[in-house]
Design a protein. Structure first.
Length: 435
């Protein structure tokens, strides 16, 4: 039985840290973050970032601030849904989190002797404090970035720490699976550090969360000449509130592909940033979303070019059904001196019902004069003759719609680097169409 606490306060933060037997420096970090949280106002409809996404119906006190996990489980004790997620992908190592703690870990021999660290963040605090103190919410996402990052920094619970040493290639993906608890706050953290010349693929698979909320943070530190593939799959229950802040910091001659997938939640607000700090950096930020019923999915992106000769490419494609709504707002920002910048930004929306709505606000802030930056946004309905053409050839309406939607999303699906993940996404598309 999970013991859920009630009430958000400074004492709650102390109790959460004490329950995890954390060192004093982490408690101090949490308490400073709580001070940020208390000093920051809640988002208002007049705030530009929140004009199209309102928190009507969200009340923090409706949720227990954190839960105390029962402890580790054996494979035979895992829920069938978790087992399916675990077995769908051939991974070098997998971690499963549930109810605020690590539930199960599985590792192959392929990581042996490479010096790679892939562990839960609580273990990293105890066994690798020098790395956590150096990188945890210091270089990428700051605790005071927004109200939800401050809350996350004060109460973070589950999390993965990935460290890939210099010139080390991890051939199989590393996988983290989160089964978010019901009626409770969750604060999942991903901290990835890829040293010079490293190569790694990491997949976060987030599910569960009935009448709960998740305030997660993703930090990707990509050193010079490193190559990172990161996939975030969010498929929470449609009663969950989901808030995500993610930032990737790219060094010289790096190669990053970040794929953000938003299937679930009642409401999602995601801030996603690419921060290109080294010349020759190459960053791709790709997104898929498919809200149905009354879901509300909001992505806000930043492609920040600080130095010359960098490339960034953003493609977010989504389909909408029933009375769902999507919001996309993105900025390509080129700072003075960042000459020879090459940046693209495109958002496409496929409207399957007349009651669905998409808002798309791409933008450019250019402070250099030798750049190539373009942005575009589209929204279109499925033409009846397309559906009729496919049905005339023996397909049912759901099958016809699935083919059209999958074809529309294929531009992102083709760039998913893990075949098993691509197949999983295709199955979810079929599920969403049939609802």
């Amino acid at each position: 039985m999970i013991e859920a606490t009630a009430g958000f306060s400074q004492e709650t933060v102390r109790l959460a840290s004490e329950a995890k037997n954390e060192p004093d420096w982490m408690l101090d970090f949490r308490l400073r973050a709580w001070q940020h949280f208390e000093s920051m106002p809640w988002p208002e409809p007049t705030d530009e970032d929140w004009r199209r996404t309102r928190l009507t119906g969200f009340k923090l006190d409706n949720y227990a601030p954190y839960s105390t996990p029962n402890g580790a489980a054996n494979r035979q004790d895992l829920d069938p849904v978790l087992l399916e997620a675990l077995d769908e992908m051939d991974s070098a190592a997998s971690l499963i989190y549930q109810d605020g703690g690590l539930l199960y870990r599985q590792e192959s021999d392929s990581l042996a002797g490479q010096g790679v660290i892939f562990t839960d963040l609580q273990t990293a605090v105890q066994q690798h404090p020098e790395f956590v103190q150096r990188y945890f919410m210091t270089e990428a996402v700051s605790p005071d970035a927004n109200k939800f990052t401050a809350l996350h920094a004060a109460l973070w619970d589950t999390g993965s720490f990935i460290f890939v040493p210099r010139n080390t290639a991890v051939t199989l993906p590393l996988q983290a699976i989160l089964n978010q608890g019901d009626g409770v706050g969750g604060y999942h953290h991903t901290l990835l550090v890829a040293e010079e010349g490293a190569e790694v693929t990491v997949v976060d698979d987030l599910m569960g969360a009935e009448n709960a909320f998740q305030a997660s943070v993703v930090e990707l530190i990509v050193k010079d000449n490193a190559q990172v593939r990161y996939i975030n799959l969010q498929d929470f229950q449609h009663t969950a509130w989901n808030f995500l802040t993610g930032r990737a910091v790219l060094g010289k001659d790096t190669d990053l592909r970040w794929i953000q997938v938003s299937w679930g939640s009642r409401l999602t607000k995601a801030f996603l940033d690419l921060d290109l700090q080294g010349q020759g950096g190459h960053g791709e930020l790709l997104g898929l979303y498919f809200p149905t019923r009354r879901q509300h999915i909001d992505h806000q992106t930043l492609q920040l070019h600080r130095v010359p000769n960098c490339f960034s490419d953003l493609l977010f494609n989504g389909a909408l059904k029933h009375r769902a709504r999507s919001v996309y707002m993105g900025i390509i920002k080129v700072l003075p001196g960042a000459q020879k910048t090459d940046a693209f930004q495109r958002n496409g929306n496929l409207i399957l019902d007349r009651s669905a709505r998409s808002d798309s606000i791409p933008g450019l802030e250019i402070e250099a004069d030798d750049v190539r930056c373009t942005h575009a946004a589209t929204a279109a309905q499925v033409e009846d003759e397309y559906v009729f053409y496919l049905m005339a050839r023996g397909l049912t309406r759901p099958q016809a719609e699935r083919m059209i939607v999958q074809g529309f999303l294929q531009g992102v699906l083709d760039r998913v680097p893990v075949e098993s993940v691509m197949h999983k996404l295709e199955k979810v598309i079929s599920r969403k169409i049939s609802r």
